[in-house]
Design a protein around this ligand. Structure first.
Ligand code: GLC
Length: 537
């Protein structure tokens, strides 16, 4: 029997699907599992290797599925377990891996565990959550703040105690210091792993353990008005506690009970803290998500420094990864502009390490403006008007120019972008030089060229708007030259050994062009050059 490739996640390209917004199959305006099955041929045609689904489990949807009421079921909105089984079989048939979202930090307040826990102080599940007495004045136990606004403590009059919730009050945090909780979540993991899922993206993994003594968080001296209120304190006691690494190592051991599965962690931390999540002797997450590009100032020096610092901080043997967008952050096309989005794509798909794409970025989807009456995101509802809303990056996928963009036969749960008549999969597929075809071409190159897949990263230059680096295998090298500005520029061989041939331009119109000593770049252009006679570095 053929052994599964244990390290597929190093070589593959991941693609995040936000299931509510990908494809609706039953006309209720919300995407579902059958819809994803219908669109598998599209995903295969992109050339990606794995899909990650945001949560599909039974949920009151207070945080659109990140509030789970049953870890081993499927929410009827998304379909049935039979649909899930059909999806995993079809994905695997198409050569795609399937990654689920695991949300172990908190449950829904409607989860049977929490319903029991809140029943009485001596309920056997009381300690599965984080309950504390009021402070001396009768207020919350300490100054911890919820990421979605207000105190992180919710008073429960029936039992006279507060429970902790890092996010909504409807999302009580589980007590990860309790071994029964750990065991229960491990069993959840095994349930899905036995079904054949190829791994998990673990939600807010750096939050799992909180300070054992419940000490206050210190004030944040750099807090600025206009920022989300929870940033007034530094989450020193509520996140990134040293004991979290033991909890993650245990999860990893569960993953390792099954061949060729992957553990990805959602972690927003500075690089030097982030890389500790690979774990002692790499026994933590295989891929602690690297979100550095999500907030990168869009200039060559800043980006080169981000790459350099990350590469330098990686523990021996740790595999890098990069992300340009997700369901919590503004779309890349809006952050860097439509023109630079192509350059950003070339960056993402030519850096060393596993890239994760966000659905719709491949067709250049931008942030969609959400009118006040259309807001669905609880973060925006609780903390209105300062731009934290996440609805604008979660709008329906734009498949075609038909009514509702081919996403649904009825009004979608979030508004469609008003440019969908042009900016849609059908149109962009037909346009040989579209961003969609750029994505496909870059993914294709990446999976065919060992330099891109596993070659080393060698910085070359970061001057003005120009970012240049090499990707090098034992025999061959590529030069990637990105113009992060809108003015033309040229690079001479003094800056980089360039003799060779253009393999691809972000405009998809220079393939095969020979390069001798200089290469001229148009504004907003990036190129990959296959260089001749490259010396292994
Ligand atoms: C993660 C999810 C986000 C969710 C939060 C609480 O950050 O990505 O969407 O709101 O966790 O579960």
């Amino acid at each position: 029997m053929k052994q599964p490739d244990e390290f597929w996640w190093r070589h593959g390209v991941f693609y995040q699907i936000y299931p509510r917004s990908f494809q609706d199959s039953n006309g209720d305006g919300v995407g579902d599992l059958r819809g994803i099955i219908e669109r598998l041929p599209y995903l295969v045609s992109l050339g990606i290797d794995a899909i990650w689904l945001s949560p599909i489990f039974p949920s009151p949807m207070a945080d659109f599925g990140y509030d789970i009421a049953d870890y081993t079921g499927i929410d009827p909105l998304f379909g049935t377990m039979a649909d899930f089984d059909a999806l995993i079989a079809a994905a695997h048939d198409g050569g795609l891996k399937l990654i689920l979202d695991l949300v172990p930090n908190h449950t829904s307040d409607q989860h049977p565990w929490f319903l029991e826990s809140r029943r009485s102080r001596d309920n056997p599940k009381r300690d599965w959550y984080i309950w504390r007495d009021p402070n001396a004045a009768g207020g919350p136990p300490n100054n911890w703040l919820s990421e979605f606004g207000g105190s992180a403590w919710q008073y429960d009059a029936a039992t006279g105690q507060y429970y902790y919730h890092a996010f909504l009050a409807q999302q009580p945090d589980l007590n990860w210091r309790n071994p029964e909780v750990r065991h229960a979540i491990h069993e959840v993991m095994r349930f899905w792993l036995r079904k054949g899922v190829d791994g998990f993206r673990v939600d807010v993994i750096w939050h799992l353990i909180k300070d054992a003594e419940f000490r206050d968080n210190p004030p944040n001296p750099s807090f600025r008005e206009g920022r989300p209120p929870h940033e007034q304190i530094l989450p020193l006691r509520t996140t990134d506690q040293v004991e979290v690494h033991d909890a993650i190592a245990e999860m990893r051991r569960v993953i390792d009970e099954f061949p060729a599965r992957v553990l990805i962690g959602e972690i927003y931390l500075p690089t030097e803290r982030l890389v500790t999540y690979y774990g002692r002797e790499l026994g933590g997450a295989h891929l602690p998500f690297n979100f550095a590009l999500l907030s990168a100032p869009w200039n060559a020096r800043a980006i080169e420094k981000i790459i350099h610092d990350y590469e330098a901080a990686l523990p021996q043997g740790a595999w890098p990864n990069w992300v340009l967008g997700n369901h919590d952050r503004p779309r890349v096309a809006s952050r860097v502009g439509q023109d630079q989005a192509r350059v950003a794509t070339m960056l993402l798909l030519t850096l060393r390490g596993t890239p994760t794409l966000y659905y719709g970025d491949e067709i250049g989807m931008h942030q969609v403006a959400i009118a006040p009456g259309q807001v669905r995101d609880p973060f925006e509802k609780n903390v209105p008007g300062i731009g934290v809303g996440r609805d604008g990056c979660r709008t329906p996928m734009q498949w075609d120019a038909g009514r509702f963009a081919g996403f649904s036969t009825s009004t979608p749960w979030l508004p469609l972008s008003d440019d969908f008549v042009h900016e849609n999969v059908v149109n962009l597929q037909a346009d040989a030089r579209s961003i969609l075809n750029l994505y496909k071409a870059l993914i294709g190159l990446r999976s065919n060229l060992p330099e891109l897949m596993i070659g080393s990263y060698v910085p070359v230059a970061a001057q003005g708007d120009l970012l240049i680096y090499r990707r090098q295998s034992e025999v061959d090298a590529l030069v990637i030259a990105l113009n992060l500005g809108d003015q033309p520029t040229s690079i001479s061989s003094e800056a980089a050994a360039l003799r060779g041939e253009i393999l691809i331009s972000t405009f998809l119109d220079r393939r095969g062009e020979k390069i001798k000593d200089t290469v001229d770049l148009r504004g907003n252009e990036g190129v990959i050059i296959g260089v001749l006679g490259a010396q292994p570095g």
